[in-house]
Design a protein around this ligand. Structure first.
Ligand SMILES: *Cc1c(COP(=O)(O)O)cnc(C)c1O
Length: 397
């Protein structure tokens, strides 16, 4: 991918400053194929579209994953634009009655109900359409979670039904004519980097669900264990150990009862992050108050991920030899640089205090692992700069 991107950058020399997202669809499909093929029976991998819903990515993923997880009417529309037959599961914390009806009309496989009121809304829409909707109850687990790495789970959030309210939700689901409760949805964390901790989390889910089965005299047929498998932006060599996870997963899955017919994963970040890069040209360098700044064409209005996670995003320098201006070419050598964008706000920081051997105005910085929660979560029109290009490599049309 570096070669393709470096070549593209070379082709652009002399034109408008480089500012683009580049996606390697071959790399994407190879990664996702390995992940999906290593899952044991009963496990299915859905793609959580909110990480990146570019049509080209969705088309590349559709043949590989079990389907798409969507959380709005807009995402549902994008999924259906890729194919009317693709299985879609529908979540989201605040669904409108119209979205719920749309989801049923578009034949979603399941809805994830986030409150008792939502169960009523789903049932109303389903009965109006003469259907019964399959639902999972999304439960906001009380914890404590089994592993220190998972400390971020079990905090107060607006998501799901509190464990205290579960008896009421189950009674409601059973009484309503338009819903069939087929199981539970438990997405409790984000960006987990530890495979052993993720396996422990699944064990914890298994124990919790079997407790509910006894308590409520029910059988959980489908369990959605969410996404949350992470990407290590701080240490690119220290990624989630998928081979370890895949090796141990069958034993964990074997512990679930036979009546549990399906375990759904719905990952976003882990599937697509690595396939995307954000490449931006250096427009200026300067030193202020003892800090070396590298200013680029682009910024957090295209790629808000580093500010939203408060991290310094990894990048490499793609050297560009050409320099057509008559002005002397500024450069920094063996410096610690802070990379900032073109916005008039000090918060427009992509990377902070990063050692670089050399960077010159006119070079291009390539931010890696930019395929998830990059363009998708950013405030594109703040300051009205032009949008980046979106370039897709790979032989998928
Ligand atoms: C965001 C989200 C996901 C995907 O999370 P990743 O961390 O990208 O894997 C899955 N399920 C739900 C309910 C979500 O909100």
């Amino acid at each position: 991918m570096t070669d393709q991107l470096a070549k593209l950058v070379q082709d652009r020399v002399g034109g408008e400053p480089v500012c683009l997202f580049a996606y390697d669809l071959d790399r994407l499909t190879e990664h996702v194929r390995i992940v999906v093929e290593s899952l044991p029976p009963r496990c299915r991998m859905f793609y959580a579209m909110k990480a990146n819903s570019a049509a080209r990515l969705l088309r590349a993923l559709a043949p590989l994953v079990a389907g798409f997880e969507v959380a709005s009417g807009g995402e549902l529309g994008k999924a259906r634009a890729i194919g009317s037959e693709i299985p879609v599961i529908f979540g989201g914390p605040a669904k409108t009655p119209v979205e719920i009806e749309q989801a049923l009309v578009h034949d979603v496989t399941r809805l994830h109900a986030e409150s008792v009121l939502e169960l009523h809304r789903i049932s109303e829409a389903a009965t109006r359409l003469g259907l019964t909707a399959d639902v999972l109850l999304r439960v906001n687990l009380a914890g404590p979670f089994p592993n220190a790495t998972l400390a971020m789970a079990g905090r107060p959030t607006q998501f799901g039904i509190s464990e205290e309210d579960l008896p009421d939700a189950i009674a409601t689901a059973r009484a309503l004519p338009g819903v069939r409760m087929v199981g539970f949805h438990l997405h409790s964390l984000s960006n987990n980097l530890s495979a052993p901790a993720h396996l422990e989390l699944l064990q914890y889910y298994r124990r919790t669900v079997s407790g509910w089965e006894r308590e409520f005299g029910m059988r959980c047929e489908v369990l959605n264990v969410g996404g949350g498998i992470g990407v290590n932006y701080a240490d690119l060599d220290g990624q989630f150990d998928w081979p370890h996870f895949a090796r141990e997963l069958p034993a964990v899955v074997a512990g679930f009862p036979d009546h549990l017919r399906e375990i759904d994963f719905e990952c976003g970040r882990y599937l697509v992050a690595e396939s995307g890069r954000y490449a931006v040209e250096v427009l200026d360098v300067k030193r202020n108050h003892g800090v070396d700044y590298v200013l680029v064409r682009g910024g957090t209005h295209h790629f808000r991920l580093p500010v939203s996670w408060q991290h310094s995003h990894p990048f490499t320098v793609l050297p560009v030899e050409q320099w057509s201006s008559s002005a002397p070419r500024p450069e920094l050598r063996d410096a610690r640089v802070t990379v900032v964008g073109e916005l008039c706000t000090p918060k427009d920081v992509l990377a902070r205090d990063v050692p670089v051997p050399r960077v010159r105005v006119g070079d291009v910085l390539a931010f890696s692992h930019a395929g998830a929660y990059g363009w998708e979560i950013s405030h594109h029109d703040f300051l009205s700069h032009p949008h980046p290009e979106h370039v897709f490599y790979g032989d998928i049309s």
